[in-house]
Design a protein around this ligand. Sequence first.
Ligand SMILES: CC(C)(COP(=O)(O)OP(=O)(O)OC[C@H]1O[C@@H](n2cnc3c(N)ncnc32)[C@H](O)[C@@H]1OP(=O)(O)O)[C@@H](O)C(=O)NCCC(=O)NCCS
Length: 165
Amino acid sequence: MTRPDTPALRPFLPADTPVLAAIFAAAVEQLTGDDYSEAQQEAWAAIADDEEAFGKKLAGELTLIATLQNAPVGFASLKGKDHIDMLYVHPGVAGQGVASALCDALEKLAGGRGAKSLTVEASDNAEPFFKKRGYVAKQRNSVTVNGEWLANTTMQKTLQGGGQA
Ligand SMILES: CC(C)(COP(=O)(O)OP(=O)(O)OC[C@H]1O[C@@H](n2cnc3c(N)ncnc32)[C@H](O)[C@@H]1OP(=O)(O)O)[C@@H](O)C(=O)NCCC(=O)NCCS
């Protein structure tokens, strides 16, 4: 079995916005169909249609990009010191550890910012991923996105020793 490449990580630049918007839409459209209806997926994916607003959101948070052979394949963002806002991986590289690399880095950065724990509103398809990493479900939520109701789960992980390496 060949080992997939290890992704490299770098900070977000405004010029990355269009490719991240495309990764976001592809991830939602192709990786969430077991848990959400087509109408819900469309409403969710449409968040990235307004690229200017999407870019502003990414720039306003600590956004990291994972690359393989210098091409962006996924991204994640930390809001404040203790909340994972976004985590999206291109379907073409799903299951190869890209989200794990991004999450490892966000947990270290959160620890570096003094966070004792990290929270995330995990989508139903991402819940097993976070559970595997030690996040514990705290509450179920329903949120409206572009006129559709979507369920997610607030999950929390206690960071060991503040998360420092
Ligand atoms: C959830 C998501 C980010 C995972 O990305 P990924 O790069 O495929 O995840 P990884 O390869 O790092 O997975 C790490 C582990 O979690 C498991 N895992 C990942 N997604 C899973 C899923 N949907 N169901 C069950 N297990 C899953 C993997 O099998 C892997 O297990 P292993 O370590 O035993 O091999 C990706 O599926 C995605 O972008 N989903 C759509 C967008 C979304 O819902 N984002 C979350 C918003 S909170």
